[in-house]
Design a protein around this ligand. Sequence first.
Ligand code: TNX
Length: 519
Amino acid sequence: MIKNAILSLLFIACVHYLPAQPPCPVIPLPAIATKQSGVFTCNAGTTIIATRDSLQPVARYLQKQLQKINGATLQIGQTKKGSTIQLVSKPGNNAEGYTLNMKPGTVTITGHSTAGVFYGVISLLQLAAHSNATTIPCWNISDAPLFTWRGYMLDESRYFFGKEKVKQILDQMAFYKLNKFHWHLTDQPGWRIEIKKYPKLTEIGGIGNHFDSTAPAAYYTQEEIKEIVAYAAERFITVVPEIDMPGHATAANRAYPEFSGGGSARYPEFTFNPGYEGTYQYLTDILKETDALFPSQMIHLGGDEVSFGNEKWLSNPHIQNLMAQQGLKDARAVELYFIKRMADTLTAMNNKTLAWDEVAQADLQPKQTIVFWWRHDQPKQLTTSLQKGYYVVLCPRLPFYFDFVQDSAHVSGRKWGKEKLFNPLQGVYNFSLARYNIPETQAPQVLGIQANMWTETIKTNKRLDFMMYPRLCAFAEAAWTKPAQKNYALFTRRLQGHLRWLKKQGIHYYEPAAPEPIH
Ligand code: TNX
């Protein structure tokens, strides 16, 4: 008896004095991560072994990135000489899931698909980036994402950042396991995608930005778009282009005024003309060229804020005709007719239709439609979308608009309403689906979440970085990690190494612990 009691006391004492496991530095936090003893030595004698040909590109990515992180060039091969990193793909439940097992001489990454292997590689790269030089502390990780849509949107109409910045953003998205890049390429100030059939779209429509209407034409050629799409694909990121219609069409209308449906005093020439047959051919041609550039088979049609500039519709003879013919009672009915027709065009091109939540009331095909719910103050648009069987991506302004400031002292970005609400790091981090009371039967329609970077208040790379980091890290954890596992206090500790890594890469960021006073 007494012996037993002493033994159990000893046991309790030992457990108590075992050093606590350090927090896992990987962001987003993996489902299971346990620290192992020892370090993995990763140097020029290390071989990356890809067990299938299809894993070769991932092996090369690992090789290239490790070289950037610690300067060592690993071999890719089949023979085992020094330490090895094995890449294995084995089908499993969640295709993006993976396990990472580390021992001093061997790392094994087993993914449920090539993407899963890639995410295991990313976790290893993060551990490498946080350790010194060539020794990486060993961890065992078993992981899979919460959402399949982990998106980030960049508005390059308001401001054109260009290819190199976009590539850097794709690098960072990959580092945080984000997988959808929504590219907002057209809007009022500028048209940024080359369309060969309508060259004036970029020659004339490409001129100007939100800050300077005379800035020289800036846009992506079709070759550059292919290059970016391929760059994203290497990082398991799907690129989704947005061609905004029938509103936010001002830049296009400068180039081809014959398709304009007019605007309002505040938003001149804001819309395409939904009453003119030629408009449908014109837009179909544009979408055809767009489709050919993006293998995602998804095009975002915008569809937002049409009422900002459609007041001329009701007096336009073409539109009056259309209304009479189709029995459309008002401008909103015309808008929904237009959206349906363009969505059908996309279906015929084997593309899914993506659009902002204004389209919830349109009569679209459930399985072919993804609605982006952005108006946090209009929960009905989300409920209706779900009831109609559409897929949804949640990107509510609060907390996912990154053009909103992140500190009450900041002055340049947006704030919401009389209360001047904004999007602090913690607000982004604490996002939880539970808040939206989505019925269990509709939960499978929620593909995931997205952060949107609108750029009416952003005209330098440095400011873009400031608005983006570290909120992107918090967002990534909200997109990947189950809510029950999230812990903001621990996150801010785990973030420290990531901030150091961002700094090393020359990326500016908002420092939550020592905020810059005015920005
Ligand atoms: C609303 S979000 C817009 C954008 C603006 C943004 C600024 C959406 C579908 N439309 O055109 O840039 O607010 O926060």
